[in-house]
Design a protein around this ligand. Structure first.
Ligand code: GDP
Ligand code: MG
Length: 458
């Protein structure tokens, strides 16, 4: 059914209504944890979608970019069908009602949630990508392999990263339980319990599963439905989307008459976008003036199509990865060229900054790194201590879905000024993550909040 989108009353839309969740996800769930602990496998078990999609990822069997998969979560309407068996999941093209999958139940299961999984890479050199994903997560599954001691380096580093990004809802998953004896499994469970003590995951449920055998997947679905609230969203706000991926969907040699514009994929943070909306991408095209200062040219465009997986939409609300068809030159969006851009309505967008002042906090110890002795920061006693930020050093800053290099131009105990390697569209009060290069890799050292900034003139 086509809706009359010209008269869409956004304030009357309800994020849990069938009208919305039949078409798109309204919550983003990250998968975090150490490499090979089963993040991509659990997403496949829940959604039926294989998130590894790039040729080089297949060859190396690791996730390099952020993976995406949508899943519809169902609950049986038959009162006699009890949890967890009454819960099930399907891919995002399944209908509103499906036959219940519980044994001996002939009931009808009804759609209760439509979620989008953001599958993070677990490899330590891909922390920046993980942090970009964390910017749009509403909740996360922390995967911990039951056949390795806990925690492994990125188990701790990812947990610290989502803590920094203010994530509140976590489900801890003890995976690969079919590989270990019951006794070992219980010991490992206790290890997880003491590891999460004092972290944001302290009160989270710990669910033993086997992602590959699909044991206890229904329990994970039950927790996703019962313990993770749909985040409150402001549908009537000026809409804003951060771009996480972008593409040129034209085949090589495409005729000019059938050429389509650039496609951007991202998550809407607030507000509603409709087909036909005039939009602006910021910072747009970045160049330099003769005096080496930055010049930015925001890009104006029109939304020509909106889609989720293969379904086209008339309008899109916050949550999930939305594909936006535009009339932007596809050479700009090709190969993730638009990552880090912010999309909104012209005249209603955040400013673009080339330098920011950040009120920061440093982690006490480096987490997630196995550091060579020779590279310990200062002496063996202070193993893994995060040393203070120094003037002129080069850091990496994650702002929204952008990672950008930054030179420290001045520093005090809790405030530093950063010259950004490229201008970024952001807001005062936004959170940023700070990383330092250690042993050739970027390691998370702290976080902060933007307190002031120097804008780029447009
Ligand atoms: P990721 O790096 O965290 O995304 O891990 P993957 O999902 O790619 O899984 C890494 C490896 O562990 C793959 O070979 C999976 O088949 C395997 N694996 C994942 N889950 C399970 C499980 O429950 N049991 C067993 N035995 N292997 C698993
Ligand atoms: Mg993976």
């Amino acid at each position: 059914m086509k809706k009359d989108i010209a008269h869409l009353e956004v304030e009357k839309l309800n994020p849990s209504s069938p009208e919305i969740i039949c078409h798109q996800a309204t919550i983003n769930i990250g998968t975090i944890g150490h490499v090979a602990h089963g993040k991509s496998t659990v997403v496949r078990a829940l959604s039926g979608v294989q998130t590894i999609r790039f040729k080089n990822e297949k060859e190396r069997n690791i996730t390099i970019k952020l993976g995406y998969a949508n899943a519809k979560l169902y609950k049986c309407t038959n009162e006699n069908c009890k949890p967890p068996e009454c819960y099930s999941s399907c891919g995002s093209d399944a209908p509103y009602e499906i036959p219940c999958s519980a044994e001996n139940c002939n009931g009808i299961a009804r759609l209760v949630r439509h979620v989008s999984f953001i599958d993070c890479p677990g490899h330590d050199i891909l922390m920046a990508t993980m942090l970009n994903g964390a910017a749009v997560m509403d909740a996360a599954l922390l995967l911990i392999a039951g056949n390795e001691s806990c925690p492994q380096p990125q188990t701790s580093e990812h947990l610290a990263a989502v803590e920094i990004m203010n994530l509140k809802h976590l489900i801890v998953i003890q995976n690969k339980v079919e590989l270990v004896k019951e006794e070992r499994c219980i010991q490992h469970y206790e290890q997880i319990k003491s590891f999460i003590q004092g972290t944001i995951a302290a009160k989270s449920p710990i669910v033993p599963i086997s992602a590959i055998m699909k044991y206890n997947i229904d329990v994970v679905i039950q927790y996703l439905c019962e313990q993770i609230p749909v985040p409150p969203r402001d549908y009537s706000a000026d809409p804003e989307m951060i771009i996480i991926r972008s593409f040129d969907v034209n085949k090589p040699g495409e005729k000019i008459s059938t050429l389509v514009g650039g496609v951007a994929g991202g998550s809407i943070l607030k507000g509603v976008f409709k087909i036909g909306d005039k939009v602006e991408f910021r910072p747009g095209i970045i160049t330099k003036n003769p005096d080496d200062s930055f010049k930015v040219k925001p890009i104006e465009s029109i939304i020509t199509s909106l889609y989720v997986d293969n379904n086209s939409l008339q309008f899109a609300v916050p949550g999930g990865l939305i594909g936006i068809g535009t009339n932007v030159d596809p050479s700009l969006t090709k190969g993730d060229g638009f990552v880090g851009q912010v999309m909104g309505h012209p005249g209603k967008m955040p400013d673009i900054y080339e330098a920011i002042e950040v009120n920061y906090y440093l982690l006490r110890h480096l987490i997630g790194a196995r550091i060579k002795k020779s590279n310990l920061e200062d002496g063996s006693k202070k193993q893994n201590r995060v040393k203070p930020i120094e003037k002129s050093e080069y850091l990496m800053v994650n702002i929204g879905s952008t990672s950008v290099g930054a030179r420290v131009s001045s520093v005090k105990s809790d405030v530093c000024k950063l010259f950004l390697a490229k201008p970024v569209c952001s807001r005062i009060n936004y959170k940023v993550a700070l990383s330092r290069r250690i042993d050739k890799n970027w390691r998370l050292i702290g976080w902060g909040e933007i307190t002031r900034g120097r804008k780029v003139k447009i």
